[in-house]
Structures are given as structure tokens and as C-alpha cells.
Design a protein around this ligand. Structure first.
Ligand code: PEP
Ligand code: MN
Length: 339
């Protein structure tokens, strides 16, 4: 960390800062300028006490961190792309995957029809919420365990892998019994106990970005999972809340490019929650792939107008197969292979 002192600080004031830096476990290296003095504090900021508290001293102007707060998720700790193996489907590196299915599992008929259609179009992983995080307690909350059974049945019928959301710590074991990927929703992105419990399951985890999470905070959430022994994390950009009203959320494709630079983890884009509009899902999917996404998570429903949740953003089978076909030239241009 760098401690910047106010100009004109006395020798005693500078000495006091040097002493405090030492007390907190760092080696101080003062640099005396003509007007201002700065103290470079050498030591590992991730294991030592933060020096930010020194700003309470009247002679300290600012304290600047040098190191990043995340370690295991950073490109510095691993330069090669991480490839997450979802029961044989290898996402990341050159491998690009499509996960698709309904927002919520509603019935056997709805789920099996969707699973067959998305598989025929090119998806290899079936999505579908059994436990649903709804803003209102009066809205459809999902089929719960019954939904998990239907997902297991769909897997058996089609061979598709399963991604489904786990809402609470107490359901991790149950959901992990069916899911090949545990989805952590935007509303739980900083539920650290849930992150730790999912880490312990050792299953691949798809971590949605919280709707008002900064990129650094999102990566720190991922750090919780890696530092608890589970390296199989897929980051997922799903739009953030902004002042814009044309869309439900603002899909932040810039964050995808940044996450790919800062981290070795695969990045997934969810254009469905990302904009909340069925008419934009195709074009945003193309943008996501062009910007470097390693997978897409897309809501598909046999009849979106009758969906029990998120009907406005779900696409039908026809649009989904067009979407997949339209990705092909971009995948070829970016040397990605569908897995
Ligand atoms: C979903 O995928 O249906 C969902 C609820 O996602 P999010 O957590 O991103 O809102
Ligand atoms: Mn949804």
C-alpha cells in the first residue's frame, strides 16, 4: 500500500506514520519529495491488516492499495483459462456451451418438450428453476423437490446436463443430488454462507453477478468459493440495475471483457435476465459471444405467453434454433467450438 502524506507534514508527523506502518506488519519505505512525502508499505495486503485506517491520522491524505483484493480467481495466480468440466462438457478455453430451458420448471410436459427442443437446436445443458427467488411472495415459487425430480427425469430422457438454482444453504445437498451445476442467483451473490456450502459440495457452481455488484465484489464472491476448495466456478453476467427503463436490467458486456481479463474463470452470459425482453435475446447473445463469453444461459419456453415466471423474456423453440444458428459464424471467427 502507498500512504500519501499531506504536504508540509512535520518530521515528527512523518515518523509517526512510519511507526504505525511498522506496527501493522509492513516494512515502510519513505520517499521524501520536495513538497510531499509518501510511504510505500511493503507486505501482503491480503494477509496483513489494512492500512486504510491510517487515514484517521491528520497528516495522512490518502492510502492507496497496490494489490488486488482477490487472489485465486485472478489471472495473476493462473494465466491459462480455467476449463470447468461439467460431467464431460468442458466449458472455457476453446469450449463454448449453450445452456437453455425454461425460467421455471412448471410441468413434465413443459419441461420434456423444452428439453427435446433445446437439445435438437444444439444446447447441451438444460436450465430450469425448481426453487424460484421471486420478488413477491404471492408469485409462483417453483415446484421445489417435485421440480428436481422432473429435471432428473429430463436428464434421463435426453442426456442433457442440468443447471438449477439453489436458494438456501439447507438445500445444497438436495439440489446437488440432481444438478450438474449449482446456480447461485443474483439475489444471493453475496450470501457468503451459501457460497461456502456450495464450495463444499465440489459441484461446478455458476455464480450470477448481483444486480448492484461491482465487478470486484463479484470476483470476491467467486474468491469465497475457490478459497473454500472448489475451483469449478463459472462467472455469470446477467445485467445490473441502472436508471434505464427500456430494459429490465442493463446487460454489462464490458464486464464480461473485464472479467475475462482479470480472471481465468469461464464467463457465462444470461441475456434473458440481462435485458428482460424476448426481442433482444438473439442480438445480445451474438454480442456476448463476440465479446468472449464461454457459454450462454437462455430462457426458452414452449409458449412464453403462458409461462408462470418471466414470460416477457423467454423465447420460443423457433427463435432459439435461429439464435443458435446465427451464433455459428461468430464462433468460427473466434475459434470456439461448441461443447
Ligand atoms: C433465473 O435464472 O431465472 C434467475 C432468477 O436469475 P437471476 O438470479 O439472475 O435473477
Ligand atoms: Mn428467470
Amino acid at each position: 500500500m502507498i500512504v500519501i502524506l499531506k504536504s508540509g507534514s512535520s518530521k515528527e508527523a512523518i515518523a509517526e506514520v512510519i511507526q504505525e506502518v511498522e506496527k501493522l506488519g509492513y516494512t515502510p519505505h519513505p520517499i521524501f519529495g520536495e513538497l510531499q512525502t509518501v510511504v510505500a508499505a511493503i507486505g501482503d495486503e491480503r494477509t496483513h491488516h489494512t492500512l486504510e485506517s491510517l487515514t484517521v491520522l491528520p497528516q495522512v491524505e490518502r492510502v492507496l492499495p497496490v494489490q488486488k483484493r482477490f487472489k485465486l480467481v485472478s489471472r495473476e495466480s493462473r494465466s491459462a483459462d480455467t476449463v470447468v468440466d461439467v460431467d464431460g462438457i468442458k466449458i472455457g478455453g476453446s469450449g463454448f456451451a449453450i445452456m437453455a430451458g425454461p425460467c421455471s420448471v412448471e410441468s413434465e410436459e413443459q419441461l420434456i418438450a423444452t428439453a427435446k427442443a433445446v437439445k435438437a437446436a444444439g444446447a447441451t445443458i438444460l436450465r430450469g428453476g425448481a426453487f424460484k427467488p421471486r420478488t413477491s411472495p404471492y408469485e409462483f415459487q417453483g415446484l421445489g423437490r417435485e421440480g428436481l425430480k422432473l429435471l432428473a427425469y429430463a436428464k434421463q430422457q435426453t442426456g442433457l446436463k442440468i443447471i438449477t438454482e439453489v436458494l438456501s444453504e439447507r438445500d445444497v445437498e438436495t439440489v446437488a443430488g440432481t444438478a450438474d451445476i449449482l446456480q447461485i442467483g443474483a439475489r444471493n451473490a453475496q450470501n457468503f454462507q451459501l457460497l461456502i456450502e456450495c464450495a463444499r459440495s465440489r459441484k461446478p457452481v455458476l455464480l450470477k453477478r448481483g444486480m448492484s455488484q461491482r465487478i470486484e465484489e463479484w470476483l470476491l464472491s467467486a474468491e469465497y468459493i475457490l478459497s473454500n476448495g472448489n475451483p469449478n466456478v463459472l462467472l455469470c453476467e446477467r445485467g445490473i440495475r441502472t436508471f434505464e427503463t427500456y430494459t429490465r436490467n442493463t446487460l454489462d458486456l464490458g464486464a464480461v471483457a473485464i472479467a475475462k481479463k482479470e480472471s481465468h474463470l469461464p464467463v457465462v452470459v444470461d441475456p434473458s435476465q440481462g435485458c428482460g425482453r424476448a426481442d433482444l435475446v438473439k442480438v445480445l447473445s451474438r454480442g456476448a459471444v463476440a465479446v468472449g463469453a464461454d457459454a450462454l444461459l437462455i430462457e426458452v419456453h414452449p409458449n412464453p405467453a403462458e409461462a408462470l415466471s418471466d414470460g416477457q423474456q423467454q423465447i420460443d423453440f423457433n427463435v432459439f434454433s435461429q439464435l443458435v444458428a446465427e451464433l455459428e459464424p461468430i464462433l468460427t471467427a473466434t475459434q470456439r467450438e461448441r461443447v
